[in-house]
Design a protein around this ligand. Structure first.
Ligand SMILES: [Zn+2]
Length: 216
């Protein structure tokens, strides 16, 4: 349902997001299979704080002692364990968002968690990793991207990789702001964009989606 990514550098790792609730055993089994001790994870970078990105956070933090990094605009949500349901960007997801807001609020709750690094000035550089965190709002106000080695961008829900061509997210709080964030991504040197939902998106595909949604 949600992709999470573990990025290696020398002996250590950054984890991007912590997935949905109750999937922690699968994550620890993965680490075990690859002979990775949880303690080697230095940071947990949150692209934002929706429940499907923060589900395993308290246990993964406890096991790894990793520092949780979150943009300042999402820190309050993380502390309360609840992030407002985003707006749907198409008829079907508008219905999902409506139901989420009015009937299934508890589904969106997760364990309230204290972040270790609340960042605002960008790019934020988590030493010593070859990574830069940048603010890419639109899906939510604190949505962020981790740029890895100036080539790969881990974008959370700033793009979706579910459809064959269009990578416009199915949920967007602020479309105009999202367009600015897409420009920021296109201004970077990244060639591949790794979303939390679906498959990686190429620069060419992001350019085409950008023209379709923001240049017509
Ligand atoms: Zn989201």
């Amino acid at each position: 349902m949600t992709n999470i990514y573990l990025l290696p550098f020398e002996e250590n790792y950054i984890l991007i997001d912590t997935g949905v609730k109750k999937r922690e055993p699968a994550f620890f089994a993965f680490l075990n299979r690859h002979d990775i001790v949880p303690d080697k994870i230095d940071y947990i970078f949150l692209t934002h704080t929706h429940y499907d990105h923060t589900g395993g956070i308290s246990l993964i933090k406890e096991m790894s002692h990793a520092k949780i990094m979150v943009h300042t605009k999402e820190a309050g949500y993380l502390r309360q364990g609840f992030t407002p349901v985003p707006r749907g960007s198409r008829a079907s997801t508008k219905v999902v968002a409506f139901l989420g807001r009015h009937f299934f609020k508890n589904l969106n709750r997760y364990t309230p968690t204290e972040p270790d690094i609340v960042w605002e000035d960008e790019p934020y550089h988590p030493e010593p990793f070859p990574a830069q965190a940048i603010h890419t709002p639109g899906h939510t106000s604190g949505s962020s991207t981790l740029i890895w080695k100036e080539k790969m961008a881990f974008v959370g829900d700033t793009l979706f990789g579910i459809e064959k061509e269009d990578c416009f997210p199915w949920f967007v709080n602020d479309t105009e702001t999202l367009g600015k964030s897409w420009e920021k991504l296109l201004d970077s040197s990244c060639e591949m964009f790794y979303p939390a939902h679906g498959k990686p998106v190429t620069r060419a595909r992001l350019e085409r989606s950008y023209r379709k949604h923001f240049r017509s």
